[in-house]
Design a protein around this ligand. Structure first.
Ligand code: APR
Length: 226
């Protein structure tokens, strides 16, 4: 089976009702990222940080995967599909994708602030001050904040280097190191980009499918079948 590697961003979850970051009315229009998604923010005002992620987690518990997530999961019938996502939602997994690598962590998990190997599944939306790990330290969102290392990058680079087909979907390619992953595709590997407003900084040989995720993945399937 050919290996089809996907790099997804917030745009693939937009049709599920989750806000993106940099679109109109995106999350970074509502919040100052330095106040809710950085280690300094956590030191300064942990309650605000917990509230920011609680709001997003509450929404996540109430939404479903969309046709984009489901279409990618269905591609597993014909391809060895590996998903690299910048998203912290679990919609790829809930749509049936079996190989998902989260570059920026997972919203439905929390981790210890004294031992980062202690990671816990959250079965409800609220993480509160006083919720502690087994060693008694406050739990934090298991999410990569601005200024923190993206430890999954080496694995993501290896996946992109192994791709026979590369698909980028729903990302503005604004945030590194994730945005740099495209540079690791091998020679002559076809790259498809699905986005209604494609980012301008992609090379000319990228096949642009200027559609939303749901319709775009259907169009991708049609092209791949040719
Ligand atoms: N279908 C497909 N793509 C869409 C849709 C849709 N329905 N709606 C919007 N998009 C596209 C936008 O055109 C944009 O290119 O999704 C992209 C969303 O870009 P961002 O909001 O910047 O999200 P993302 O690229 O995932 O951000 C990367 O930045 O803030 C950090 O950690 C955060 O993981 C996030 C990272």
């Amino acid at each position: 089976m050919k290996r089809l590697v996907v790099l997804s961003g917030a745009g693939i979850s937009a049709e599920s009702g989750l806000k993106t970051f940099r679109d109109m009315d995106g999350l970074w229009e509502q919040y100052d990222v330095t106040e809710v998604a950085s280690p300094e923010a956590w030191q300064r005002n942990p309650e605000l940080v917990l509230r920011f992620y609680n709001e997003r987690r509450k929404q996540l518990f109430e939404c479903e995967p969309n046709a984009g997530h489901i279409g990618l999961a269905q591609l597993q019938d014909d391809y060895d599909v590996r998903i690299i996502t910048q998203n912290v939602d679990d919609l790829h997994e809930r749509a049936g994708s079996r190989n998902v690598l989260h570059l920026h962590g997972e919203l439905k998990k929390a981790r210890s602030t004294v031992d980062e190997s202690l990671v816990y599944d959250l079965d409800n939306w609220e993480l509160k001050p006083g919720d502690c790990c087994e060693k008694g330290s406050q739990l934090r969102p298991h999410v990569v904040w601005f200024g923190e290392p993206v430890t999954a990058i080496p694995d993501a680079v290896a996946l992109v280097e192994s791709a026979d087909i590369m698909v980028v979907i729903g990302t503005s390619l604004n945030v590194y190191p994730a945005a740099g992953l495209l540079n690791y595709t091998r020679e002559n590997v076809p790259v498809f980009l699905i986005d209604p407003n494609p980012p301008f900084q992609v090379s000319p040989e990228v096949h642009i499918i200027a559609m939303k995720a749901g319709a775009g993945v259907t169009e991708l399937e049609r092209i791949l079948k040719q």
